[in-house]
Design a protein around this ligand. Structure first.
Ligand code: ATP
Length: 326
């Protein structure tokens, strides 16, 4: 592989708190290793349009503590086509960019993989998504902050649930992944956690809630991941109401507030480590890979080694949730 001198950095897919910390780490580590760094705005949309800007140490001052992404993010239909990717590659060549570091979820990773296969553009992906649903890493950037935000909201809802003896269904993000639901459910003391990876029986849920009611449990919180097979929080609440008139039931959908806010120390540290590792990885000739973290150590995973396997939920966490919600 030719020596890499000029690297494009971009964020793609859903924004996640800590993406800014990752951009900062890429820019500063790149400059430390005498690379030129180019910021690509609006993910693959901006790549196709050539929406680029030279970055220096000062371009990333004061962003470490901010949520969102200073480079903006986007979803691009055009990039999903070979023609769109050709346009993007031509823009990259025009700006003499010889490698990419993309921060995003599995879709963004797949996009970089295609660009690599079709045009030989070296790249490293940094996993940035609140869903924590990418195999090959214990944690993705943004997951810790989003979970903390969910827990804070759950605590507040518990206050009102207790005051009015209510049953609350709280919907958290996680289209295909129950990570936020399980972690925030355990940390927030949920009576039940409904996730996309598992079937939930409404009858069993009602039975469990009734049992709690008989034991003088005056309020209950059920955490529902948005992409569950049993339906949305609203639908599940309706089904529960049909089967039992015992509860005064309310639904809260946390929605996009889980994406925003100041990243936790954990996400800033993770993003900083991954950003430096991505630059060092490219410099050592690594490509078609994603940086990950395993037991606190940085690792690199080739696309083909991890992207064909699902990221399993921690079954033991579910077991713990069940023990603690008796
Ligand atoms: P998150 O899941 O956190 O939102 P993501 O990176 O998985 O992040 P996606 O919307 O799935 O988000 O992907 C981001 C962009 O990556 C898409 O808009 C598209 O441009 C590109 N992309 C996704 N999948 C592919 C694919 N199979 N081939 C080419 N490009 C893709």
């Amino acid at each position: 592989m030719n020596k890499i001198n000029r690297i494009g950095v971009f964020t793609s897919g859903g924004d996640a708190p800590g993406m800014n910390a990752a951009i900062r780490a890429v820019v500063r580590a790149g400059i430390y290793y005498n690379k030129e760094i180019v910021g690509i705005y609006r993910g693959y949309e901006g790549m196709i349009e050539g929406d680029f800007e030279e970055m220096d140490v000062r371009s990333v001052a004061n962003i470490l503590q901010r949520g969102g992404t200073m480079l903006k993010s986007a979803r691009s239909k055009e990039f999903r086509t070979p023609e769109g990717r050709k346009k993007a590659f031509e823009q990259l060549k025009k700006s003499n960019i010889d490698a990419l570091i993309g921060i995003g979820g599995d879709g963004s990773f797949t996009g970089m993989h295609h660009l690599y296969l079709e045009h030989g553009m070296p790249y490293i992906c940094i996993p940035g998504t609140i869903d924590n649903d990418i195999p090959g890493t214990d944690y993705t950037i943004g997951y810790d902050t989003a979970t903390n935000t969910a827990v804070e909201a759950i605590d507040k809802i518990r206050d009102t649930a207790l005051s009015h003896n209510r049953l609350f269904f709280i919907e958290v993000m996680g289209r295909d992944s129950g990570y936020i639901a399980i972690s925030s459910g355990i940390a927030g003391g949920a009576v039940s956690i409904i996730i996309p990876e598992e079937e939930t029986s409404i009858d069993e849920l009602v039975e469990k809630l009734n049992k709690g009611g008989k034991k003088n449990k005056t309020s209950s919180l059920v955490i529902v991941a948005e992409g569950g097979k049993s339906g949305s929080a609203m639908e599940i609440a309706e089904k529960v109401k049909e089967k039992s008139s015992y509860f005064d039931t309310k639904v809260t959908i946390l929605g996009h507030l889980q994406r925003g806010g100041t990243p936790t120390y954990f996400d800033r540290l993770l993003a900083s480590k991954m950003g430096v590792a991505a630059i060092e990885g490219l410099d050592q000739g690594k490509t078609d890979a994603m940086v990950g973290i395993r037991h606190h150590d940085i690792i690199f995973n080739k696309f083909d080694d991890i992207m064909n396997q699902p990221k399993d939920i921690h079954k033991d966490d579910l077991r713990i949730a069940k023990i603690l919600s008796i």
